[in-house]
Write a protein that binds this ligand. Structure first.
Ligand code: NAP
Ligand code: 8YV
Length: 315
């Protein structure tokens, strides 16, 4: 009996391929390159990155699209839903790693550890010569979290032992958290001196970190982004860092990855990471397993493990 065919349309974590091949007939191809017979055989997709409406429409019998990553902005989940197709993502298994990265990036940005190490490695540490004191300290700061979801809440919990004040902005207020709530991002930015963004890429979050928000954050302000670069007006951010409108920024994500604006490279008050917040071997393995397990569970028991909210669930 032939096995269920699963399409892998592009580069994906090696463990996804290895594990998929244990249970499925894996077809590694661009959906546009498939003939009608091959496209008709595909019942599942495992994807890291983009799978748009046109790609979905090429697969008449696809039932589930399993996306690598908690952010599934590359997959047209709304379009899939109109056709009864399930989309899954990889929530929770990466919360700790991403929250740990956010804290590391915050400390690196405030205390300038990457610059200090570069200074040492360049042979500058000599008798009588010490690295300059960092302008900023985490001590006594008021941290605002833009997005208090699964990851935002882990970031907040990790901040508590640092004895900083913690506030947040989301559209929905949480009754069960001990943090101050601000109903608008502008109110939050005006109240805090440190802003951490961990919201998804949606039409509503596009360039919401703009000149007005950065100005509200102020000259002592530190901005950290571990969510999506889409959320930031990068020209406004560069301008704010150059002019001293804000003090410093730590960025793991960029508007047009992997194209990081050259204007950011020259800024001494920016710490830049190549979208690695979930990028440890154990966490990426857990994400890979969840990509495969969603497909396995769907085809064995008709119950995906982690469907995204747009997905229509067939009982
Ligand atoms: P989540 O649990 O869905 O949380 C999202 C949070 O954002 C919620 O608190 C939500 O609250 C808030 N939010 C959404 N739209 C908003 C808006 N327009 N205004 C204000 N708040 C808004 O998601 P998660 O698992 O924490 O992940 C968050 C995002 O982080 C992912 O979607 C992904 O883009 C990014 N991420 C990045 C990395 C990395 O490697 N750098 C790794 C993992 C995740 P309300 O709905 O109440 O507004
Ligand atoms: C991954 C992420 O780097 O989960 C997400 O939303 O941004 C990251 O964990 C990415 O999805 C894999 O390329």
């Amino acid at each position: 009996m032939s096995r269920i065919a699963v399409l892998v349309p592009g580069k994906i974590h090696e463990r996804v391929l290895t594990r998929l091949k244990e249970s499925f007939d894996v077809i590694e191809a661009d959906p546009a390159s498939l003939d009608a017979e091959a496209a008709g055989r595909i019942r599942g997709v495992a994807v890291s990155g983009t799978f748009n409406a046109a790609a979905i429409d090429r697969l008449p019998n696809v039932e589930l699209i399993s996306s690598f990553g908690v952010g599934y902005d590359g997959v047209d989940a709304k379009h899939a839903a109109t056709k009864g197709i399930i989309v899954t993502n990889t929530p929770d298994v990466l919360n700790d790693e991403v929250a740990d990265t956010a804290i590391g990036l915050l400390l690196n940005t405030i205390r300038e550890f990457p610059r200090a190490e570069n200074w040492l490695r360049a042979g500058n540490w000599k008798p009588g010569q010490n690295y300059a004191l960092s302008r900023f300290s985490l001590k006594g700061r008021h941290v605002g979290i833009y997005g208090l979801g699964r990851i935002g809440q882990e970031i907040a919990k990790r901040l508590e032992p640092f004895k900083v004040k913690i506030s947040y902005h989301t559209r929905t207020r949480h009754a069960d958290v001990p943090y101050g709530y601000y109903p608008t991002l502008k109110d939050l930015a005006g109240a805090v001196d440190t802003l951490v963004s961990i919201v998804p890429k949606t039409a509503q979050t596009h360039k919401t970190i703009n000149a007005e928000i950065l100005s509200a954050l102020g000259p002592e302000g530190v901005f950290i982004n571990v969510g999506r670069g889409w959320t930031v007006d990068e020209d406004a951010l560069v301008q704010a860092l150059k002019s001293g409108t804000i003090g410093a920024a730590g960025l793991d994500v960029f508007y047009d990855e992997p194209n990081v604006p050259a204007s950011l490279f020259d800024l001494p008050n920016a710490v830049l990471l190549p979208h690695l917040a979930s990028g440890s071997v154990p966490t990426r393995n857990a994400m890979a397993d969840l990509v495969v397990d969603n497909l396995v569970e769907w085809f064995a028991k008709a119950k995906p493990l982690t469907p995204v909210p747009e997905t229509p669930l067939k009982e």
